[in-house]
Design a protein. Sequence first.
Length: 132
Amino acid sequence: MSIIQDIQNRALDEGRIKAENVNSYKVLSVRPSAQLSALIEVLAFLDGKSPSEFICSNFSKALHDFTLMSKDHVEPLQNSVVQSLKNSPKHLFKQESAIGMLEKEGVVTVKSNDNNDPIDGSLRLLKHGFND
Protein backbone atom coordinates (compact mmCIF):
# COMPACT_ATOMS: atom_id res chain seq x y z
CA MET A 1 0.00 0.00 0.00
CA SER A 2 1.35 3.40 -0.92
CA ILE A 3 1.78 6.26 1.52
CA ILE A 4 -1.04 8.21 -0.17
CA GLN A 5 -3.46 5.28 0.16
CA ASP A 6 -2.46 4.85 3.79
CA ILE A 7 -3.17 8.54 4.51
CA GLN A 8 -6.52 8.33 2.68
CA ASN A 9 -7.52 5.21 4.63
CA ARG A 10 -6.63 6.85 7.94
CA ALA A 11 -8.64 9.95 7.02
CA LEU A 12 -11.64 7.80 6.08
CA ASP A 13 -11.37 5.81 9.31
CA GLU A 14 -11.16 9.01 11.37
CA GLY A 15 -14.17 10.41 9.49
CA ARG A 16 -16.20 7.27 10.19
CA ILE A 17 -15.26 7.28 13.86
CA LYS A 18 -16.12 10.97 14.17
CA ALA A 19 -19.48 10.45 12.44
CA GLU A 20 -20.34 7.53 14.71
CA ASN A 21 -19.48 9.52 17.84
CA VAL A 22 -21.23 12.78 16.94
CA ASN A 23 -24.20 12.16 19.26
CA SER A 24 -22.61 9.74 21.68
CA TYR A 25 -21.57 10.26 25.25
CA LYS A 26 -18.51 9.01 27.05
CA VAL A 27 -18.30 7.91 30.66
CA LEU A 28 -15.08 8.76 32.41
CA SER A 29 -13.94 6.80 35.43
CA VAL A 30 -10.99 8.17 37.36
CA ARG A 31 -9.28 6.35 40.19
CA PRO A 32 -6.91 8.58 42.12
CA SER A 33 -3.61 7.30 43.45
CA ALA A 34 -3.24 6.57 47.16
CA GLN A 35 -1.51 9.92 47.72
CA LEU A 36 -4.21 11.85 45.85
CA SER A 37 -6.94 9.97 47.73
CA ALA A 38 -5.34 10.97 51.02
CA LEU A 39 -5.12 14.61 49.90
CA ILE A 40 -8.78 14.58 48.84
CA GLU A 41 -9.79 13.13 52.21
CA VAL A 42 -7.85 15.82 54.11
CA LEU A 43 -9.25 18.66 51.96
CA ALA A 44 -12.78 17.25 52.25
CA PHE A 45 -12.41 17.03 56.04
CA LEU A 46 -11.20 20.64 56.21
CA ASP A 47 -14.15 21.68 54.02
CA GLY A 48 -16.59 19.76 56.24
CA LYS A 49 -17.72 17.44 53.45
CA SER A 50 -17.43 13.79 52.56
CA PRO A 51 -14.84 13.05 49.86
CA SER A 52 -17.59 12.43 47.28
CA GLU A 53 -19.38 15.70 48.17
CA PHE A 54 -16.06 17.54 47.96
CA ILE A 55 -15.29 16.11 44.51
CA CYS A 56 -18.82 16.69 43.15
CA SER A 57 -19.07 20.29 44.33
CA ASN A 58 -15.62 21.26 43.08
CA PHE A 59 -16.00 19.31 39.83
CA SER A 60 -19.29 21.08 39.08
CA LYS A 61 -17.69 24.46 39.70
CA ALA A 62 -14.75 23.56 37.45
CA LEU A 63 -17.12 22.45 34.65
CA HIS A 64 -19.11 25.66 35.10
CA ASP A 65 -15.96 27.77 34.80
CA PHE A 66 -14.71 25.75 31.82
CA THR A 67 -18.02 26.24 30.00
CA LEU A 68 -17.80 30.00 30.47
CA MET A 69 -14.30 30.18 28.97
CA SER A 70 -15.62 30.08 25.39
CA LYS A 71 -18.80 30.42 23.36
CA ASP A 72 -17.80 27.18 21.68
CA HIS A 73 -18.46 25.30 24.94
CA VAL A 74 -21.97 26.65 25.50
CA GLU A 75 -23.81 25.57 22.34
CA PRO A 76 -22.89 21.84 22.58
CA LEU A 77 -23.90 21.92 26.24
CA GLN A 78 -27.25 23.53 25.40
CA ASN A 79 -27.79 20.91 22.68
CA SER A 80 -27.04 18.15 25.20
CA VAL A 81 -29.51 19.64 27.67
CA VAL A 82 -32.21 19.78 24.98
CA GLN A 83 -31.48 16.18 23.96
CA SER A 84 -31.59 15.08 27.61
CA LEU A 85 -34.98 16.75 28.05
CA LYS A 86 -36.26 15.10 24.86
CA ASN A 87 -35.19 11.68 26.16
CA SER A 88 -36.45 12.30 29.70
CA PRO A 89 -38.84 15.29 29.87
CA LYS A 90 -39.23 15.19 33.65
CA HIS A 91 -35.48 15.16 34.26
CA LEU A 92 -34.26 17.80 36.68
CA PHE A 93 -30.73 19.09 37.09
CA LYS A 94 -29.57 19.78 40.64
CA GLN A 95 -28.93 23.44 41.42
CA GLU A 96 -25.42 22.53 42.63
CA SER A 97 -24.54 20.87 39.33
CA ALA A 98 -22.65 22.70 36.59
CA ILE A 99 -25.82 22.84 34.48
CA GLY A 100 -27.82 24.09 37.46
CA MET A 101 -25.29 26.90 38.04
CA LEU A 102 -25.30 27.85 34.36
CA GLU A 103 -29.10 27.84 34.28
CA LYS A 104 -29.25 30.09 37.34
CA GLU A 105 -26.97 32.57 35.55
CA GLY A 106 -29.10 32.37 32.40
CA VAL A 107 -26.34 30.90 30.24
CA VAL A 108 -28.30 27.77 29.32
CA THR A 109 -32.05 27.14 29.27
CA VAL A 110 -33.41 24.06 31.01
CA LYS A 111 -37.15 24.28 30.39
CA SER A 112 -39.93 22.33 28.74
CA ASN A 113 -43.19 23.68 27.36
CA ASP A 114 -46.66 22.45 28.37
CA ASN A 115 -46.30 19.41 26.10
CA ASN A 116 -43.02 18.47 27.84
CA ASP A 117 -41.12 19.34 24.67
CA PRO A 118 -37.75 20.98 25.37
CA ILE A 119 -37.53 24.61 24.46
CA ASP A 120 -34.64 25.25 22.07
CA GLY A 121 -34.46 28.83 23.36
CA SER A 122 -31.77 31.19 22.26
CA LEU A 123 -28.62 31.17 24.30
CA ARG A 124 -28.04 34.14 26.53
CA LEU A 125 -24.31 34.38 26.93
CA LEU A 126 -23.58 36.57 29.91
CA LYS A 127 -19.92 36.08 30.75
CA HIS A 128 -16.58 37.27 29.39
CA GLY A 129 -17.95 39.45 26.61
CA PHE A 130 -19.90 36.62 24.94
CA ASN A 131 -22.53 39.07 23.72
CA ASP A 132 -19.99 41.06 21.67
